[in-house]
Design a protein around this ligand. Sequence first.
Ligand code: 0JX
Ligand code: SF4
Length: 310
Amino acid sequence: MQVILANPRGFCAGVDRAIDIVERALTLFGKPIYVRHEVVHNKFVVEDLRNKGAVFVEELDEVPDGATVIFSAHGVARSVVQEAERRGLRVFDATCPLVTKVHMEVDRHARRGEEVILIGHAGHPEVDGTLGQYDRSHGGEMYLVETVEDAERIQIRNPDALAYVTQTTLSVDDTLDIIETLKSRFPNIQGQKRDDICYATQNRQDAVKQLASVCDLFLVVGSPNSSNSNRLREIAEKLGVEAYLVDNADQIEDRWLEGKTQVGVTAGASAPELLVQEVVEHLRANGMNTVTEHGGKRENIVFSLPKALR
Ligand code: 0JX
Ligand code: SF4
């Protein structure tokens, strides 16, 4: 019985940077450091930072005057930045640079009065942040589409001054279907060559696709609110493999392992390697005697910290 560890898996450059920002702020300024929204969507990471003195809040009105606040990796709306400025809070922005890039695209289209369609999941903080970049004072409008059906139905004002952007952690294949639908309805729609899905999301999905055909069970380490982690589980399942998202080894049920000979293991971009190793130990203790590393793509992207925290 064999365990195959997907590569790449786990932390991406944006998550590394976001966690470092909270830890550096705690070191330099002492506790408490307020963090608006879970800095990344992982229970273990959030609990660890909480123990070190981070205080997680959902809105700025929960942050006292004079405090230091960090914005999560998923990004925030302009109104949140403005409110923090108005309050004179000390802010460190842990928004991933690849999310900021999408924010800048939205801003560029808004200034030209062009309409923008965001492809993403309603209610996700990255989607709220990206929608919140659009300045309607230039006369345009921004819309959200979640599915091919939404793309078939959406009504816009001017198909010749229209662009699309995407959430960074979507399923590459589902997003392509939505973009194709939009392009067939609005041939002049502008957008990136493909989408705004980031390198880490793409690479982790590719690794699952490469391994799924040789596995009869796939375990994805990640928290339930992590979009990119959910997509990994979904992809394995779509390829016909029984797949589960687990926060840690304790959540693995014995019946999942019954009769299984090849278990694929991966981790979302916000899940620490420590938890993956605990899952491997659990599988070893349950009879999986060989552990191999899948030879996937190497990643060497690093994002620098804000100057004041270096
Ligand atoms: O729910 P998401 O996948 O967007 O976020 P998570 O799990 O915190 O992953 C890292 C942050 C990703 C931002 O794009
Ligand atoms: Fe950035 Fe991608 Fe990581 Fe999100 S998943 S933090 S966009 S690198």
